[in-house]
Design a protein around this ligand. Structure first.
Ligand SMILES: Nc1nc2c(ncn2[C@@H]2O[C@H](COP(=O)(O)OP(=O)(O)O)[C@@H](O)[C@H]2O)c(=O)[nH]1
Ligand SMILES: [Mg+2]
Length: 718
């Protein structure tokens, strides 16, 4: 492997619907670059990219895979990604590490759900996009339909660089309207022979050539002037225009391939090698200090780890990109996430699971480390002195959750370790040990996502587990004021215990002020506010603790003990044992004993007084409400909305965005269980959604009854 310098390095992410041929295209790219000697196939389960057991089991990419090929004296880094939306984490991190997306479209089906979703992922991060129409050898290939759909969905920036002469079985010829040549491929594919465009194709080729000329002129003023004066542009000028148009997403150039037969792949590679952006063409990433990190080959070394994986016999591998400088073997760097010094003892470049050692890697390049104990995905390694981090990959928030339990308790510890590894390899799987719910929760992107995780637990880690419905983190609060006294007294042998507390509780709302007098049973109680603690509860909401003691009926030194007792009860509300919130407590009277009063006595008195008051204060259950934003195709909007209403959802608004409708709604978490599966079945997988915690709100009366009933039954079982 020779050394490649920044301007010779191109990095692409392969995107596209599942089954559109990304993995097969990567295989052909590696073959054409001489990185592999034989092309594997999906059926034979021997491709470079899909090398993991789960991928052989499913016949489908599940993780992103880092590869490279060499073409025209350039190194092209290729990251193959999974097509299914549940695995979008791999797509998002790949787009972060690449400068350009190549979107494959299966010409049997044209633009599919996944094509649109991946197009949007690239759009969200403003990455240039090249389109590869794949499968032109297939008997059901339909080039014209695919082009029509692309123009319709992706707009008029879709520009044909090529079209097939003989799509379908026997496909071997492409007209290239950039070169104005016909590319003809031998039976075994590979390198094209360029010939003159045959007479019967000439007029079609001219029309498309002129369209390409005009579009490329649009991306550069100087080119536009040249075009006006000469009425045409040279191939070099068109290339320049396309390269510029790529950067602004003003042009999405379209190429024709059959990955299966290795046709057109050389020409696509040539375009990527020559015209795709390199890192210096792209906007600089921003670091934790808000500064832009310039891709400077002569600058200080700086790398970002965008992916980790755990490989058989090796352990952890970290894939990184060099954003600045040059890294060499044995370079000393600092991990700025944890301050640990690391020495880069071995550097690798990877093609799937095959690695080769290299002495150095330059700005823009992608490589891997093994054996760095303190470095993991999302970490930054810098030359000493630069103590900032990259902002890093922004993964989507989880939208599907389940509780998980090892079938055998003796596996609990092993399960914890396995889940940590799973999270390391796929940061979109998030593990939460909920003390509150007494469950281990696993959050992911969808039901299928978590089923694949379970497959790994079953087959790789060999830990049998069960999924259970996740409990809902309810809260409790009160709706009216209540008063209670409690005397704790114990006088049996030895030292006695004595403490008496009188208190009032009332609902707290943000901005409300303390009362100076309240009435209970016709009796007025004066509340002289002497001091106040405003406690932000760990589980949200507040407890306001007001000391109204006059005349020293309780010593100030016992006040913290009373609060401690109250806090114990705040953790187990009387209705469902959930955390309580938004309560104001006035401690206004009590009694002490000259000898027997101590902290324990006041803690118990405070706890019981509070508990008794809570029972009379109109306790109410609050539930978590989520802000849900759903992108649906217009024709499915009605179904999605009526489904939301069935989930006690409140639709807040709708707006149109291209061919999609965006629905904003508020929905209780309790009704969102398995939502991704339901939404997918309503819309044929064509919708996307995000959900974010908004606030706690009271549950309706009938729901409160059902929740209390379920809780009581569960308690009785335990
Ligand atoms: N006929 C034909 N089949 C293809 C072509 N490219 C891929 N396939 C097949 O389509 C299926 C999906 O391909 P794969 O590369 O896994 O697609 P991915 O899911 O996008 O990675 C496999 O069975 C491939 O053999 C092609 O150009 N022509
Ligand atoms: Mg694949």
């Amino acid at each position: 492997m020779k050394t490649y310098h920044t301007d010779q390095i191109k990095s692409i992410a392969l995107l596209g619907n599942s089954g559109s041929g990304k993995t097969s295209l990567a295989e052909a790219m590696l073959f054409n670059g001489g990185v592999i000697e034989r092309r594997g196939t999906i059926d034979a389960k021997n491709t470079v990219s899909d090398y993991r057991p789960i991928e052989h089991e499913n016949g489908n990419s599940i993780f992103s895979t880092v590869m490279y090929t060499e073409f025209l004296n350039r190194k092209i880094n290729i990251i193959d990604t999974p097509g299914l939306d549940d695995f979008s984490g791999g797509v998002i991190s790949s787009l972060y590490a690449a400068d350009c997306a190549v979107l494959t479209i299966n010409v049997q089906n044209g633009v599919e759900v996944g094509s649109e979703i991946h197009f949007r992922h690239a759009e969200n991060v403003h990455k240039p996009l090249i389109i590869a129409l794949n499968g032109l050898d297939h008997e059901k290939a339909n080039f014209d339909k695919s082009v029509e759909m692309m123009k319709d969905r992706f707009g008029s920036n879709v520009m044909l660089v090529q079209y097939p002469v003989n799509e379908g079985v026997g496909f071997n010829s492409i007209i290239d309207v950039l070169k104005m040549k016909m590319l003809q491929y031998p039976k075994e594919g590979g390198a094209a022979k360029a010939t003159d465009i045959p007479a019967d194709q000439k007029s079609k080729a001219d029309v498309l050539h002129n369209a390409l000329v005009e579009k490329s002129a649009e991306s550069d003023e100087a080119l536009m002037e040249l075009f006006f004066s000469n009425d045409t542009l040279s191939e070099q000028e068109i290339r320049k225009g396309i390269a510029k148009g790529l950067l602004t997403r003003g042009i999405f150039p379209v190429f024709c391939v059959s990955s299966k037969n290795n046709i057109g792949v050389d020409s696509l590679l040539e375009f990527i090698a020559l015209e795709a952006p390199s890192i210096t063409d792209m906007p600089s990433p921003v670091n934790s200090k808000g500064a832009q990190v310039k891709a400077d080959p002569a600058g200080p070394a700086s790398v970002y780890v965008f992916k980790s994986s755990i490989e058989e016999h090796i352990g952890e591998i970290n894939y990184f990109r060099v954003y600045s400088g040059k890294i060499t073997e044995n370079l000393d760097v600092v991990n700025t996430n944890n301050g640990v010094k690391e020495r880069l003892s071995q550097l690798y470049i990877c093609a799937g699971k095959n690695r080769s050692r290299v002495p150095e890697l330059h700005t823009g390049d992608i490589g891997a480390f093994v054996k760095l104990k303190n470095t993991k995905t999302d970490h930054t390694l810098n030359a000493p002195g630069n103590d900032w981090r990259y902002e890093g990959v922004k993964f989507p928030a989880p939208k599907y959750r389940t509780a998980i339990k090892a079938q055998s308790e003796s596996d609990d510890e092993k399960l914890g370790e396995a889940l940590n590894k799973i999270h390391l390899e796929d940061p979109t799987i998030i593990i939460e040990y909920s003390k509150e719910l007494k469950q281990i929760l696993v959050h992911g992107q969808g039901e299928y996502h978590l089923n694949i995780m379970k497959w790994h637990l079953d087959n790789i880690y060999k830990i049998p587990t069960n999924f259970n419905p996740p409990r809902i983190p309810y809260r409790e609060t009160i709706t009216k004021a209540a008063q209670a006294d409690y005397r704790h007294k114990k006088q049996s042998g030895g030292a006695g215990q004595f403490g008496e507390v009188h208190l009032i509780i009332e609902p707290y709302t943000e901005g409300s002020t303390e009362q100076s007098m309240m009435k209970f049973g016709g009796k007025e109680i004066k509340l002289a506010n002497r001091s106040k603690d405003e406690i932000d509860l760990d589980w949200g909401g507040k407890l306001i603790y007001v000391n109204c003691i006059v005349g020293g009926s309780i010593d100030a030194r016992f006040m913290p003990a009373i609060l401690k007792g109250i806090m114990e009860k705040m953790e187990v509300g009387p209705l469902t044992g959930s955390y309580a919130r938004d309560i104001r407590v006035y401690v206004y009277d009590g009694k002490m004993h000259p000898v027997d009063s101590n902290e324990i006595s006041f803690r118990l008195a405070g706890r019981n007084a509070f508990s008794n008051a809570f029972k009379n204060a109109g306790a109410k259950i609050l539930e978590p409400i989520y802000d849900v934003e759903i992108m649906v195709p217009s024709d499915r909007m009605g179904d999605v909305i009526s489904d939301l209403q069935g989930r006690r959802g409140l639709v807040l608004g709708m707006s149109s965005e291209k061919r999609f409708e965006v629905i904003k709604a508020r929905v209780p978490l309790a009704e969102m269980n398995k939502y991704s599966t339901a939404l997918s079945s309503i819309t044929g997988g064509r919708a996307m959604y995000t959900m974010k915690f908004s606030e706690y709100a009271p549950v309706p009366g009938d729901v409160q009854e059902a929740v209390i009933k379920a809780y009581t039954e569960e308690e009785e079982e335990d």
